[in-house]
Ligand binder design. Structure first.
Ligand SMILES: [Zn+2]
Length: 318
């Protein structure tokens, strides 16, 4: 199976701490990195965790609060210094384009590569990128600024042919191609061999969902079902539920409610308020509602689907 995992680069909310940077993460699929949000310090974190920076061709920005975008100016500028030639695709709220253009102009930084800018659409679930392996969708969340979540969904693979059947029925390459797409096989004497006798089902497509800086939004259920992994912000503990509501954020328990509602397989919570020195309280509150929850920490690598990655662990802080 092709690798599919998330590398957390920043797990703090607005204020960085000595251990945690603000929001940024990389989704890897088949060793290709896709960057989500680009807080202050993202470049340093990319280097720290050995993410091949020039391989990033797609950047997704959830909203234009500083703690999600202050790193984009430096990154765009560094790509010049690094001799970037390939196009960079940015999927972001409309206003981001003028924000980074203004900052780069101030510095007379003329980009020597092409940035293709794709404004996000506030109307429901929208397909924003698709390639051989993945479809990426945006969908609106609810915060003090327009904000979007992202869905990274693996494409449905063809069926797998049972090897012995190739010999048994003397199947040609073109027969195999058709059978893998689901067709039955017709023998020379007209006998029909049903597809389910020739194939085994491919693995179910895996799905990652990113929800940050939002009130808990139950209506996203209409866009998302059974994600293998859900990242949901959990800025506050229950004791600060009122502040969460005022600032349009979620508590750990509310994040867990959403994971339960979507029938997620696993939840990772992040975007923690720097007021919490220890996060075990938030984790406990989430686990009560949704047991398969882990805390994000900077550098954390979490697989989407099959749990085959070593440092994907549930670590209560001491
Ligand atoms: Zn925000």
């Amino acid at each position: 199976m092709l690798n599919f995992y998330v590398r957390i680069l920043g797990s703090s909310s607005a204020l960085p701490t000595s251990q945690r940077m603000p929001t940024s993460q990389v989704v890897f699929y088949n060793n290709t990195p896709y960057l989500i949000d680009c807080a202050e310090g993202t470049q340093a974190q990319l280097r720290r965790f050995n993410v091949p920076m020039l391989k990033i061709n797609h950047i997704f920005i959830s909203h234009t609060h500083g703690d999600h975008i202050y790193g984009i100016f430096g990154l765009l500028s560094s790509y010049n210094l690094m001799g970037r030639k390939s196009d960079l695709n940015i999927y972001a709220p409309t206003e981001l384009e003028s924000i980074y253009s203004t900052v780069l102009n101030l510095n007379n930084d003329e980009l020597k590569y092409k940035v293709k800018f794709f404004p996000l659409n506030p109307k429901g679930k929208v397909l924003i990128l698709q390639n051989k392996h993945l479809s990426v969708y945006s969908f609106p969340l609810i915060h003090s600024k327009p904000v979007w979540g992202f869905i990274f969904e693996e494409k449905q693979k063809d069926k797998n042919i049972i090897k012995e059947k190739i010999e048994e029925f003397n199947l040609s390459i073109s027969d195999i191609v058709k059978i893998k797409k689901g067709e039955d096989f017709v023998k020379a004497d007209g006998e029909i061999i049903s597809n389910n006798l020739l194939t085994i089902e491919p693995p179910k497509p895996r799905k990652y969902v990113f929800c940050t800086d939002t009130l808990p939004v139950k209506s996203i259920k209409k866009y998302i079902e059974n994600p293998d992994l859900l990242y949901h912000e959990a800025t506050f503990a229950n004791e600060h539920k009122d502040i969460a509501k005022q600032t349009m954020h979620s508590t750990a328990e509310q994040a867990a409610d959403i994971a339960k509602l979507l029938y997620a397989k696993k939840l990772v919570i992040g975007h923690f308020s720097s007021r919490y020195k220890k996060l075990d309280g938030l984790l406990r509150e989430a686990i009560k509602v949704f047991p398969n929850t882990v805390l994000a920490y900077d550098g954390n690598k979490i697989s989407v689907g099959e749990d085959d990655i070593k440092d994907d662990k549930n670590d209560l802080e001491e």
